[in-house]
Design a protein around this ligand. Sequence first.
Ligand SMILES: NC(=O)c1ccc[n+]([C@@H]2O[C@H](COP(=O)([O-])OP(=O)(O)OC[C@H]3O[C@@H](n4cnc5c(N)ncnc54)[C@H](OP(=O)(O)O)[C@@H]3O)[C@@H](O)[C@H]2O)c1
Length: 331
Amino acid sequence: MRAIQFSRFGNPAEVLELVDHDPGYPADGEALVTVEATPIHPSDLLTVSGEYGLLPPLPATPGNEGVGRVLEAGRGVSHIKTGDLVLLPLGSGTWCQQMRSSAEELVKLPDNTDPVQSSMMTINPLTADLLLGDIVDLQPGDWIIQNAANSSVGHYLAALAKQRGIKTINLVRRGGGVELQLNELGATEVIVDKGQDIPDQVKAIVGGDPVRLAIDAVGGAGSNVLARCLSEGGTLVSYGRMSGQACEIDPSLLIFRDIRVTGFWLLNWLREHGRQAMVQRLHSLSQHVAAGRLRAEIAGTYPLERIRDAVRQAQQSSRDGKVVLTPEAHW
Ligand SMILES: NC(=O)c1ccc[n+]([C@@H]2O[C@H](COP(=O)([O-])OP(=O)(O)OC[C@H]3O[C@@H](n4cnc5c(N)ncnc54)[C@H](OP(=O)(O)O)[C@@H]3O)[C@@H](O)[C@H]2O)c1
């Protein structure tokens, strides 16, 4: 069996290696699982380069989520059996062919689930769900604004907001088919950022209605653009740093317009609310994923042996969708 490993932090396209890996037999309460699909997220790349909020001891196998099929269940395991499709535990080092896991942490999925789409369910749809539901108390008809709306979190967020009657203004940095796709997902308005005065444009869209939440995946000057679009007392939540730069916010917005700034990290939410709360939310999101109401575009799928090509594509600017490793499909 094989797995991806890194023994030093650095550029993922240089430090990741394919190594032999023997997961061993499942002990009591464990299951042996073949990994069917596991995505490459910006946070995976930041982890390998040593820039993420939580770093593993080295050597380590990257991969924070995925979907697998149970090969063998150990003694005492009753809720899953051989052949079941399961969500792999968050942060369990999923870029491998097979892994052993505590069976309790495997969430069974319906048989008809698309493994590639559901391999991304634990992190991004849940993040979008929580950004919408847990930062400010939004009501149907409220306006919110997000940047990097063409990201997978952005797509999930636009779709979930539509389902809840929340109106979204979606900033993207490029046009082409990007706006159309967002509109099809349920985005209310899409603005291509061409350096124009976005707050003026937003005012024209919402009329006198308030914009109570701004969702920032970019940082840098992008944070200030969002903060300027908020109504007095509105909240900006930072959850990503795609620009690699510190959030810039004009202090006048904080002082005179009472703009609030906060952060969101899924891991902190999980630490506070526990695994059971996560599983409950995942059950409801999995219905939407299975029905195709929540989906991510796929830019490419790769076997483990092409890991460096896969991460190079994942690092590309203006890539159309997620890059997913599909270890079993190619062996
Ligand atoms: N805090 C949390 O718990 C949490 C959880 C999940 C994800 N995240 C974060 O959420 C963000 C999105 O993740 P994802 O997996 O959805 O990403 P993704 O699908 O890989 O997409 C990345 C997006 O970022 C945009 N982008 C890249 N650089 C940019 C820049 N300098 N300015 C503006 N936009 C830029 C890209 O725009 P183009 O389409 O134009 O290339 C693309 O739409 C990441 O920062 C990730 O770390 C955070």
